[in-house]
Design a protein around this ligand. Structure first.
Ligand code: ADP
Ligand code: MG
Length: 271
């Protein structure tokens, strides 16, 4: 065995022991390049370490994306801003930078079904995960069910701690399924717990004035909840026809009942 071959085997074993797969992948090819181009030792070291650094960053992002449990991957580059009314591409791009997550602010997407609320919520979540934020996606009904189950199993504290660890919680489809009083209270305490500490994205098909229906008719709880949720929030109201319906161009446009929220604050208000 040549000295070079022995060195190579030793390096491969070391990259395993040190968990440096990025370096393992590139050190030989970069070694050849370094010899051809007469790099200094330091330049070579810098290049192999950069490869390891990039590989670690990528694997951290993959990990964050898996942890977030998005139902499907939706990104901003597949979103057609011309197809949904009420949106500003510049505003969404600004939100994608994620500074608001650092400030523990919220984003609320409200509007009729099929106008891209979930798509945008996932896309902003993906952007946050790419910036190594801890993100979790859950449908409102599933989240409340998990909270109720945890309470029954006397594991509520544990679940609450786990949720608090998440920097951006995406609560999708608030308003589709009403909660009973206990469920509403658990969601309320979650929102109170996150207030000014952790961010939320909420998507809803209901105007704020109708949220009380979701919370078992409890006006006081609903007002207090909305108060906390909307205090530091960007509210984005989507309008227009369902994207899926519009895509079926060959079929005559179906008239859907007008579910456009009426009592919502103006798009982009930041209270
Ligand atoms: P909502 O959550 O408002 O009911 P979704 O985000 O689930 O709507 O959108 C329904 C489908 O249409 C999804 O597959 C989504 O990717 C797509 N969609 C909606 N609006 C747009 C848009 N403006 N550009 C691209 N795809 C869109
Ligand atoms: Mg949706």
């Amino acid at each position: 065995m040549s000295r070079a071959a022995i060195a190579k085997d030793l390096i491969v074993a070391q990259t395993r022991a040190l968990k440096m797969p990025g370096l393992a992948r590139v050190f030989e090819a970069l070694g050849r390049q370094a010899r051809e181009e007469h790099w200094s030792y330091e330049e070579y070291l810098h290049e192999v370490l950069s490869a390891e650094q990039t590989s670690r960053q990528e694997s951290a992002v993959r990990h964050r994306l898996r942890e977030a449990r998005f139902p499907e991957t939706k990104t901003l580059d597949t979103f057609d801003f011309a197809a949904t009314e009420g949106l500003s591409a510049a505003q969404i791009a600004e939100l994608a930078r994620g500074d608001w997550i650092g400030r523990a602010e919220n984003v609320i997407f409200a509007g009729p079904i099929g106008t891209g609320k979930t798509h945008l919520a996932i896309a902003l979540g993906v952007e946050a995960a790419r910036k190594r934020r801890r993100v979790l996606f859950a449908r409102a009904a599933d989240l409340v069910r998990s909270l109720l189950e945890a309470r029954d199993a006397r594991e509520l504290g544990r679940l609450q701690r786990r949720l608090h660890y998440v920097e951006l919680l995406v609560v999708d489809e608030l308003g589709f399924v009403p909660f009973d009083r206990a469920g509403g209270e658990l969601l309320f305490s979650l929102i109170t717990e996150r207030y000014e500490r952790r961010s939320l994205i909420v998507t809803t098909n209901l105007p704020f004035a109708e949220w009380v229906k979701v919370f078992a008719g409890d006006e006081k709880l609903t007002t207090a909840l909305l108060d906390r949720l909307a205090h530091h929030a960007t509210v984005i109201t989507t309008r227009g026809k369902s994207y899926r319906m519009r895509k079926r161009t060959e079929r005559p446009e179906e008239k859907s009942p007008d579910a456009t929220p009426t009592a919502l604050p103006k798009s982009g208000t930041r209270a």
